[in-house]
Design a binder for this molecule. Structure first.
Ligand code: 5GP
Ligand code: ZN
Length: 114
């Protein structure tokens, strides 16, 4: 989608600070990090929100989690721990409507989240 920020990053029209990529996903540092490690992991296909997921997306969504595991390992977070988050729509504070997994770590996380 030409008007989607993350699609434009995938198309290299906007630069991204990439930390991991493969055939299915791209992972890059968040521009406004909420933790010492804050990486966004996105599918190469445009899916707006969790509400738009279909059965055919099951594999790529699994790939997001596998990428999170890899990035966490790369960042030295595997043992200490980290958090993964997908915000959906307004009440969760979703701002970018290309589905993305937040990987947050490097500090103690609070629960419940804000
Ligand atoms: P959401 O609120 O939709 O779950 O998360 C969107 C995330 O995208 C936010 O954490 C925000 O900081 C990040 N973000 C917004 N614009 C940009 C950008 O241009 N580059 C990068 N790297 N991250 C962005
Ligand atoms: Zn998109």
């Amino acid at each position: 989608m030409t008007d989607c920020l993350f699609c434009r990053m995938l198309n290299k029209e906007i630069p991204a600070d990439v930390v991991y990529e493969d055939d299915d996903v791209l992972a890059f540092n968040d521009i406004n990090p909420q933790a010492p490690v804050h990486v966004l992991i996105i599918p190469r296909i445009h899916i707006a929100t969790l509400n738009d997921l279909q059965a055919k997306h099951a594999e790529v969504m699994g790939k997001l989690l596998l990428a999170a595991k890899e990035v966490a390992k790369q960042k030295g977070l595997s043992e200490g721990g980290y958090r993964t988050v997908i915000n959906c729509n307004a009440d969760a504070g979703q701002m970018v409507f290309h589905i993305h997994l937040h990987l947050l770590g490097g500090r103690q996380m609070d629960w419940p989240p804000g």
